[in-house]
Design a binder for this molecule. Structure first.
Ligand SMILES: *Cc1c(COP(=O)(O)O)cnc(C)c1O
Length: 436
């Protein structure tokens, strides 16, 4: 599907992908990397520096995926690389407590309003899986509400986004997820506050938790309405259910305290990943002390990990959070974001392309959709064929955008106004070509 007039992967990437496909399912270790949504061969990466990715064919791209979120300081930030090097000198894993874990825990607790106690894990998926278990353990209830188009990692009970707009009792999205694993998952429409109220009215005292992306990145960038957040906070509080903000993507990105700081709504539990590990595999979940004290060995809810709190990952995360706390980049990111959003919007308008640009801080999506996107139902109506030609066109101009219409783009502190302008000029060229 890549437009031959624009760009395709170079010969080295093509050869590397052929090799990889014989060794790993689909040639990758995570499906989004395979370029399934845009067609063609993925670019194999050699190295990265600041805002740039370099592929093995020797080409350089302005990077708008930032490893899908973590690289808010750009690639190889000196203070993070130094912290990793220092940690390496002492050893890579001990299976025993370290002071560095308490330091990172304190940084998280200081930054994130809802977190009084925290547990470190190895990924965002582990964080959401554990948070759901703890919420069920703490409430003694089974049912969980999630929203269509929200991604919470590959947790069995949450791998349900299921087709219909109405409240559906979970039907799994993936072979291998049994109906039993998802039968207690209720799927609702994002931003449908009445749907939430209705389910609580129908199932009083049965809902253990409501989990959501407080700004969605995983169906493209979709913001919550004020009414939606307010209803979620009020209904869960009234009913005794646990409100979980999945801030794996938004945490430390929209504000130091994530979306809960940005919107001033405090959940009961929060899950973290991506930025919290500074580019190393690390996740975390936390919340009110009373809930977190249910976790073994303080309480009875089992959750463990051989490499949890890994000293190298903790060093990277800690250095990243320290830099974000000392020199908050959020005003800079807001102004870069505004510049990029206005530029992309103007370019698409100039060329008469049906579109909407949606942005919160440094998360953004150019949807090829007529009018605003507030739910999965609307997101799924985007012109994906146009998106794939736009994606490959931008690659041809040296700009690496997310390889799916349903992913938010990210940028960080090493992106400059000049790079943003270069990106807008590239988009202007590519969108013009798409229309001709
Ligand atoms: C990326 C992501 C996850 C999963 O995190 P992994 O580290 O990939 O397991 C969960 N929730 C949200 C909102 C995410 O963006």
């Amino acid at each position: 599907m890549p437009d031959p007039k624009t760009f395709a992967a170079g010969p080295k990437s093509i050869a590397a992908f052929q090799t990889a496909c014989q060794l790993m399912p689909g040639g990758v270790n995570s499906p989004a990397r395979a370029f399934g949504a845009v067609g063609g061969t993925p670019l194999f990466i050699d190295r990265a520096e600041g805002p740039y990715l370099h592929d093995i064919d020797g080409r350089r791209f302005i990077d708008y995926i930032g490893s899908w979120g973590p690289m808010i300081l750009g690639h190889r930030p000196p203070e993070v690389i130094e912290a990793i090097s220092k940690a390496l000198e002492r050893g890579t894993s001990f299976g025993a407590p370290t002071e560095a874990e308490s330091r990172l825990a304190q940084q998280i607790i200081d930054a994130v309003p809802s977190v009084e106690k925290v547990r470190l894990v190895n990924s965002g998926t582990e964080a959401t899986m554990s948070a759901i278990r703890v919420a069920r353990g703490a409430t003694g209830r089974h049912k969980v509400i999630k929203f269509e188009g929200n991604y919470h990692g590959h947790v069995d009970s949450l791998l349900v986004a299921a087709g219909s707009a109405a409240a559906t009792l979970g039907v799994p999205d993936s072979p291998g997820v049994t109906p039993g694993a998802s039968q207690d998952t209720i799927v609702l429409t994002y931003n449908d506050h009445e749907g939430v109220s209705n389910v609580f009215a129908e199932h009083p005292g049965e809902i253990a938790a409501v989990i959501l992306e407080p700004v969605v990145g995983n169906m493209g960038c979709v913001a919550p309405t004020a009414e939606f957040l307010k209803t979620l906070r009020e209904t869960t509080q009234r009913d005794g259910a646990v409100l979980i903000f999945d801030e794996v993507m938004t945490g430390f990105r929209l504000a130091l305290g994530g979306a809960q700081e940005y919107y001033g709504v405090t959940p009961d539990m929060t899950t973290l990943g991506k930025i919290v590990g500074g580019g190393m595999p690390l996740g975390a979940y936390g919340g009110r002390a009373e809930i977190m004290n249910q976790v073994l060995p303080a309480g009875k809810v089992f959750q463990a990990g051989t490499l949890s709190g890994n000293p190298v990952a903790v060093a990277a995360g800690s250095a990243t959070l320290e830099r974000l706390a000392k020199q908050p980049p959020y005003e800079l990111l807001e102004s870069l974001g505004q510049r990029l959003a206005e530029g992309l919007d103007a370019a698409a308008t100039r060329h008469g392309v049906d579109h909407v640009v949606q942005r919160v801080g440094s998360m953004m999506t150019l949807f090829f959709h007529h009018g605003p996107v507030s739910s999965w139902n609307e997101a799924s109506q985007c012109d994906r064929e146009r998106f794939s030609r736009y994606f490959w066109g931008m690659i041809g101009e040296g700009v690496y955008m997310p390889c799916s219409q349903f992913e938010a783009l990210f940028f960080g502190v090493t992106h400059t106004e000049a790079m943003i302008d270069e990106t807008i000029a590239a988009a202007d060229k590519v969108l013009g070509r798409l229309q001709s």
